[in-house]
Design a protein around this ligand. Structure first.
Ligand code: FES
Ligand SMILES: [Fe+2]
Length: 352
């Protein structure tokens, strides 16, 4: 499989101890809007499915299963022997049949009839320059929407989104969000001067949030982020289902919104989408990130990846050892929350 032209080497070994039988229901990021212009077609492989993505002439992004129902050609291969966008439809490279964005057969060039065959289609959304696909192991349609990044102030007050994608990683989609229950890893994994503090989670259906409080630049006269000495800041965490995680840093008027989405390719591998939007430096009306905003954005892309070194080699503990009620209750809460999106919940008996 290729992502942005990069051939992937997939991990073959499962994560020991991982208890779930399928992927969690919800929205998953599968790319960036700028990678598909009008008329573009892309073969894609997400959540154990072979797919084709294409952008129609009117600009709609569509996603279908990759294989033509007629005789099974792949619709998403590049070049002469791949599919082609024709208006709002995709044309199969083998015998020229046309399929619309919902997967309905709309033309057979050598017949005056169409057939009553449909290619399974996917629910797709685009927000903040990111592409999301709905997954439900039972095939049900979306039961909620993702409204996009939680801006403070106007979107115009922010630099354009800074995007990265890499992988495959042997991790699971909710792991970055479990950071919100883990105050004691920041010193060891992220180089903080002291532990973080969190408030309790607030749940709103499939969405969940909490806030982390932290002294940035603790114990240091000056750092690149805190040139005038330590600053107490906070990070608002927003989780959507078990697959979209957003951390919004608030440090002395500096707002850095970091979306960290992991999307499974197969049972063992995820791609990591790291998307950051930082508010503009005081007085800057331009659209090119600069100064501390630029540095903070670059550091965030790196900092979040520190966790991956731990996760890539871990064994998942359904029943960890906790030191006391505070550590236990927060972890238990967020794990039960994510558990509800899986087809075989494992913390069900503990749910209040
Ligand atoms: S296989 Fe697609 S048109 Fe024949
Ligand atoms: Fe972390």
């Amino acid at each position: 499989m290729k992502v942005r032209g990069q051939e992937l080497e997939l991990h073959k070994d499962p994560m020991p101890g991982w208890p779930y039988s399928d992927f969690a229901t919800g929205w998953y990021q599968i790319g960036y809007s700028e990678d598909l212009e009008v008329g573009d077609i892309q073969a894609a492989h997400w959540l154990n499915q072979e797919l084709v993505l294409f952008r129609t002439e009117s600009g709609q992004l569509k996603c279908l299963d990759a294989f033509c129902p007629h005789m099974g050609a792949h619709l998403g291969q590049p070049g002469q022997f791949g599919g082609k966008v024709c208006g709002e439809n995709i044309q199969c490279p083998w015998h020229g049949w046309l399929w619309d964005g919902e997967g309905k057969n709309v033309d057979i060039p050598y017949s005056d009839k169409t057939v009553n065959a449909t290619i399974p289609n996917k629910h797709i959304r685009e927000t903040d320059g990111c592409i999301f696909m709905w997954f439900d192991s039972e095939g049900s349609p979306p039961s909620y929407e993702f409204e996009g990044l939680p801006y403070i102030g106007d979107e115009e007050d922010y630099y354009p989104i800074d995007y990265t994608v890499d992988g495959p990683h042997r991790v699971k989609p909710q792991f970055p969000m479990e950071n919100s229950a883990d105050p004691h890893h920041f010193i060891y994994v992220h180089g903080s001067g002291l532990d973080a503090e969190f408030n309790d989670y607030t749940v709103d259906g499939p969405k969940c949030s909490n806030t982390m409080y932290m002294e940035f630049g603790h114990g240091k006269e000056s750092t690149w982020l805190t040139p005038n000495g330590p600053v107490t800041g906070h990070v608002d965490n927003f989780f959507v289902g078990a697959s979209i995680g957003i951390a919004r840093f608030n440090i002395d008027g500096r707002v850095c919104i970091h979306m960290t989405n992991l999307t499974p390719i197969d049972d063992h591998n995820c791609m990591f989408f790291s998307s950051i939007r930082h508010n503009k430096e005081p007085g800057d009306t331009g659209n090119v990130s600069q100064g501390l905003a630029k540095r903070m954005t670059a550091e965030q892309h790196i900092q979040i990846r520190n966790d991956f070194h731990i996760w890539a080699n871990m064994k998942y503990k359904v029943k960890p050892i906790f030191t006391g009620p505070e550590e236990q209750s927060r972890y238990a809460f967020i794990r039960r929350h994510f558990d509800q999106f899986y087809p075989n919940p494992v913390y069900k008996e503990n749910r209040g």
